[in-house]
Design a protein. Structure first.
Length: 106
C-alpha cells in the first residue's frame, strides 16, 4: 500500500477516489511518564516518554488507516494528515486521515 501526504503519487495516475479513510488511537499517560515529565519540566528539555508514546500512537493510527483503505480496495492513500485532541485529563486521541484511491494498473 502506497500512502503519502502529497495529493498525488509521482508516476501514477489516480483513476478513482474511494473516499475518506481514517485511523485513530486514544493513548493515556503512564504514571511513570507523568512523574518523569514533572521532573523534566523543572529543568527543561525533551520528555522522551511522551515522544515515544506519540510515535507509537502515530504508527498505530497509520496502520489502522491503511487497513481501512485496504478494506475499500484502495491501491493508495493520498493527502494524509494528522490531528490530535484531548479526550479526558491524561488521554489524547491521535487521528490520521486521507483519501483512499485506485491507481491505473501498469
Amino acid at each position: 500500500m502506497i500512502y503519502s501526504t502529497t495529493e498525488t503519487i509521482p508516476g501514477q495516475e489516480i483513476t478513482e477516489v474511494l473516499g475518506v479513510v481514517t485511523g485513530n488511537v486514544v493513548q493515556s499517560k503512564h504514571i511513570g511518564r507523568d512523574i518523569m515529565a514533572g521532573l523534566k519540566s523543572i529543568v527543561g528539555g525533551e520528555i522522551r516518554g511522551y515522544t515515544e508514546m506519540l510515535t507509537e500512537a502515530r504508527d498505530i493510527a497509520v496502520a489502522r488507516l491503511v487497513e481501512s483503505a485496504q478494506q475499500k480496495g484502495a491501491d493508495a492513500v493520498v493527502g494524509i494528515r494528522f490531528t490530535t485532541s484531548a479526550i479526558t485529563d491524561g488521554a489524547c486521541e491521535l487521528m490520521a486521515f486521507g483519501t483512499a484511491v485506485k491507481l491505473r494498473a501498469s
